[in-house]
Design a protein around this ligand. Structure first.
Ligand SMILES: [Cu+2]
Length: 124
């Protein structure tokens, strides 16, 4: 009897330990430009995730000195990514990319990363 209870207890503990992994939210795996990098003006911004991002609730926006910079519509890129074209050549300075999307469980998540555009990087 005790042995059967221990066995059931073991199953319950295993289920509790593995459940969070099954329902984990998506997370960012990499970005382009790379977060906190100093780069030449990029022609697009792109964010890769651990799960396929749900395009219908997705957005990418770009800010410079807290002002919105117009970029193209967000589209699905390769390898679970979201991408938006940057039409104009960005002036040097600090930029922030804000993203919004949802993964497998449909919960909308937001995040951001920063990068620098530098003339020095453009000249290389
Ligand atoms: Cu969730």
């Amino acid at each position: 009897m005790v042995r059967a209870q221990m066995w059931i207890f073991g199953i319950v503990v295993t289920a509790l330990l593995t459940a969070p992994a099954l329902f984990a939210h998506l997370a960012v795996t990499k970005t382009m430009p790379e977060a906190d990098a100093s780069v030449a003006p990029p022609s697009a911004v792109q964010v890769w995730f651990t799960q396929s991002p749900e395009l219908s609730v997705s957005a990418l926006s770009l800010k410079h000195d807290n002002m919105a910079v117009a970029i193209g519509d967000v589209t699905a890129g390769e390898d679970n990514s979201l991408v938006a074209e940057v039409g104009d050549t960005l002036a040097s300075g600090s930029y922030t990319v804000e993203w919004r999307t949802a993964g497998d469980d449909g919960h909308v998540l937001r995040g951001e990363f920063a990068f620098q555009v530098s003339d020095a990087a453009a000249d290389r």
